[in-house]
Write a protein of this length. Structure first.
Lengths: 347, 468
């Protein structure tokens, strides 16, 4: 495999990792008010993603950095072309960080209610827009001979890409529900399971239609296999939830996300950003990449440090493997205490 | 305004804003780790309460650093696509390595530290916060290596086919003299920022005669940290000045608004009049000081703006190679001035608290100065960045790529203006929320020590309130 193809694969892996991990964070955010009935329950849901969400988001930053380093032309065309869409994503990601991190820094119920609402909105926007963005990348957008995007913001809002957005939004939400069923217990878990069974069919339909459309348009034998696998994994995950096997259900939706993301990248290859203006203007693995020397350096760095990252991130999930129970609930606010008093550990 | 000007404003605003949080994150991670180490080694419960208190402030600040950091990585591609195409082969690598080596480290181990109080063995839990500190420092190193390459590009050739920069030695990029000295200078600024925050918050409590058991040691730690950081910042700033004179002579000339080469060159503390080289009304000058800053000798020759301009025209062709002189002149002075002021506060504080003394709450001037000195380091850092980035203009990569050639060609002024307005308003709102939360948390102070009737072991407490 050439270094260029290796880096295309590594970037695909980074996006798979990002969607697999941040996908359930987004899902928990979207479901915050649907599964959580009150402030305390929403606090427990946040607790489930609390130790890991930031590490999950780094997958995006590394995917972005790796694209810059390995395919500067791809990075430049994509980020300048999708400017306003990325601005929306940025605003949402910024708000979401604070909604997660600041929510429990005050005991004031209004403060918490507002951050929870901001959290749901700021989780739904990127969950939708990443699908729209990838729909457009795979389908191709107007790009001129100088590799600059010539469309507008509204060019990106075409039916195929919007369907991609609904697919990521629904699948991430489903993945979040499965994660909650795995990580909580009692009533919260019951409601999360109910959400899985309600959402599952809708997510499966969106995913099947979107992947079939992709297959018809630019599918190969390999994408056919991964797309079918993605559909089977979703159904497997739903079956596992039905059978009360939360761990297997999470494996199912996680594998479905990886298979669906792989489908998109395989459909894309050897282009990295096809031009709908003329195939001659498309950015490809060959014409968008960095020099052989840079790719060699980056490969050694990745080889040396990726295993280490996987090891300690995996260890984090092991440390926090226990289900979140009511015992982990926040102490109730003492009556009459000032609303602005920061929360303190219960003795 | 055209897209170029708006994009520059956006980069300036978002970067200076991001860097309000970064130094505090770096400095406070180590100070918190130090306090937790003190708790583990001495077993004194007040160090645990101090750790948790400063840890709370650290986390509030960390969140905003993370949130605003994403914009930094994205906007190179969004607003500066020509720059990204040109430099990606060189500049992308340190950015990607920063993500893989530093971001994963700090985010993952911070999660372990926040939620691991009652889940991890004490020593491993302590290691987590140290690793967070190491992660933030690694991050600073790689991003400064990337920035140093813009100040002093090394380890590359211009590709004759693609007309872009092509990396020839990653080692040269990572050991760039500019990067190493900027790294030391920035880390010094980070410790000064964190030290001064400790001084300010501790002084606020001590003046009210409360939490003395945790706040007096915090005050001393903050003062010593600040003084040491000031010394390191001065030392590294001095080396940086000499490297800069060699690598970017225009920047040193612009720092003094020195139009004609001089030997020896004096340093003006301030100037009344215009800085266009013509009508200086009055200025207070220290003879020979600029020569010393630039060359290490009080008699050294310093090149003037006009001379460097002529030399650069000869080298790069016709054009203006002069930055905006009033900006470089004043930002250079304000950076140094606010840094020196911080050193003064630290010295005064150490004197007043020597040998176990605590200044009486009636010494209002001291406490008031200590609380406001919180602002000194962020102001000095901001002017430092404004100086070094504005002083490099009109280049984005010195001597290689002009800023006007770096902007995204197909992103319209309206689009960039939209993002400038959206991000500025969002950042302003976040600043209000952040300052409010920091202030309330700082004023609330550390938790009270457990009473005799409440022998709860600290590590057995649920730590939710601490974090989430």
């Amino acid at each position: 495999m050439s270094l260029q193809n290796l880096w295309f694969t590594l970037i695909a892996v980074l996006w798979c990792g990002y969607f697999l991990l941040e996908g359930f964070d987004f899902g928990v955010g979207v479901l915050l008010h649907l599964v959580g009935r009150d402030e305390a329950e929403r606090g427990l849901m946040l607790r489930a993603i609390g130790p890991v969400w930031d590490g999950n988001e780094v997958w995006l930053l590394v995917a972005g950095g790796a694209t810059f380093a390995a395919f500067p032309q791809w990075y430049a065309t994509l980020f300048s072309g999708f400017y306003l869409a990325l601005l929306l994503i940025l605003v949402a990601l910024i708000v979401r960080v604070l909604a997660i991190e600041y929510r429990n820094k005050e005991a004031d119920p209004l403060w918490r209610r507002r951050w929870d609402l901001a959290h749901t909105a700021s989780a739904a926007v990127p969950a939708l827009l990443w699908g729209v963005a990838f729909g457009n990348i795979v389908r191709g957008v107007p790009i001129d001979a100088a590799h600059n995007y010539t469309g507008s913001f509204f060019t990106l809002l075409n039916p195929y890409a919007l369907l991609g957005g609904l697919t990521t939004l629904s699948v991430f939400t489903l993945h979040g529900a499965v994660f909650l069923a795995l990580k909580t217990d009692g009533e919260l878990r019951d409601r999360a399971r109910k959400a899985v069974l309600l959402l599952g069919p809708a997510a499966a339909v969106f995913a099947v239609v979107f992947l079939s459309w992709t297959q018809i348009h630019q599918g190969t034998a390999a994408t056919g296999v991964t797309a079918v696998l993605a559909a089977l994994f979703v159904l497997g995950g739903l079956y596992a939830t039905w059978k009360d096997r939360d761990g297997w259900a999470f494996v199912g939706t996680g594998a479905a996300i990886v298979a669906a993301t792989a489908t998109l990248f395989i459909a894309l290859h050897p282009d990295v950003m096809p031009s709908s203006t003329s195939a001659a203007f498309s950015l490809t693995v060959a014409n968008a990449s960095s020099s052989h020397y840079t790719l060699t350096v980056m490969s050694w760095v990745a080889l040396a440090f990726t295993p280490l990252v996987l090891l300690y991130q995996g260890w984090t999930y092991w440390v926090f493997r226990a289900r979140i129970t009511g015992r982990d609930a926040l102490p109730p606010r003492p009556a009459g205490s000032p609303a602005t008093e920061p929360l303190r550990p219960a003795a | 305004m055209d897209a170029l000007a708006i994009a520059r404003w956006q980069f300036g605003i978002t970067t200076v804003y991001h860097f309000l949080f970064v130094p505090l994150t770096i400095g406070l991670s180590f100070l918190t780790a130090g306090l937790q180490t003190a708790w583990l080694r001495t077993g004194k419960e007040r160090y645990l309460r101090a750790t948790k208190f400063w840890g709370r402030l650290f986390l509030i600040n960390f969140a905003l650093g993370v949130a605003t950091g994403i914009v930094q990585e994205f906007q190179f591609g969004m607003a500066w696509s020509e720059y990204s195409r040109f430099v990606g082969d060189v500049f992308g690598a340190p950015l990607a390595i920063e993500g893989l080596l530093a971001f994963f480290l700090e985010s993952t181990f911070l999660g372990l530290w926040i939620f691991g109080w009652d889940r991890l063995p004490r020593r491993i839990h302590l290691a987590c916060i140290w690793i967070v500190g190491i992660g933030t420092t690694l991050s600073a190193y790689f991003i400064l290596a990337a920035n140093a390459w813009m100040q002093h590009p090394v380890g590359f050739v211009l590709d004759p086919v693609t007309h872009t920069a092509r990396l020839t030695s990653i080692w040269a990029v990572l050991t760039n003299s500019t990067a190493l000295v900027a790294f030391a200078h920035t880390i010094a600024a980070a410790f000064l920022t964190a030290g001064m925050l400790m001084v300010a918050v501790a002084a606020w409590h001590l003046r009210r005669d409360q939490h003395a058991d945790t706040m007096r040691p915090s005050l001393r730690v903050g003062l010593w940290t600040s003084l040491a950081a000031c010394a390191l910042a001065a030392l590294t700033g001095d080396i940086d000045g000499k490297i800069m004179t060699e690598q970017q002579p225009m920047k040193m000339a612009a720092a003094e608004a020195l139009y004609h080469s001089a030997q020896p060159a004096s340093f003006s503390l301030f100037t009344i009049g215009s800085l266009n080289g013509q009508s200086e009304v009055w200025s207070l000058r220290l003879p020979g000081l600029l020569s010393f800053l630039a060359t290490g000798s009080f008699h050294g020759q310093v090149q003037g703006i006009d001379n460097v301009q002529a030399a650069e025209v000869a080298k790069y062709g016709p054009g203006t190679y002069t930055p905006v002189i009033p900006v470089t002149y004043w930002s250079f002075r304000l950076m140094i001035g606010f840094g020196l002021l911080a050193a003064l506060v630290a010295l005064a504080g150490l004197w007043l608290t020597r040998r176990g003394r605590t200044p009486a709450p009636t010494r209002r001037w001291f406490y008031r100065a200590a609380v406001w000195s919180l602002l000194l380091a962020p102001i000095a850092s901001s002017f430092g960045w404004i100086f070094t980035e504005m002083g490099r203009q009109p280049w984005s990569v010195f001597g290689v790529l002009a800023t006007r050639q770096s902007v995204s060609p197909t992103v319209g002024a309206g689009t960039v203006l939209t993002s400038l307005i959206v991000l500025t308003l969002l950042y302003a709102a976040l600043a209000v929320i952040e300052v409010g939360l920091m202030t309330r948390t700082a004023r609330h102070g550390p938790d009270d020590p457990p009473g005799p009737a409440d022998p709860a072991e600290p590590e057995a407490e649920p730590q939710l309130g601490f974090a989430y």
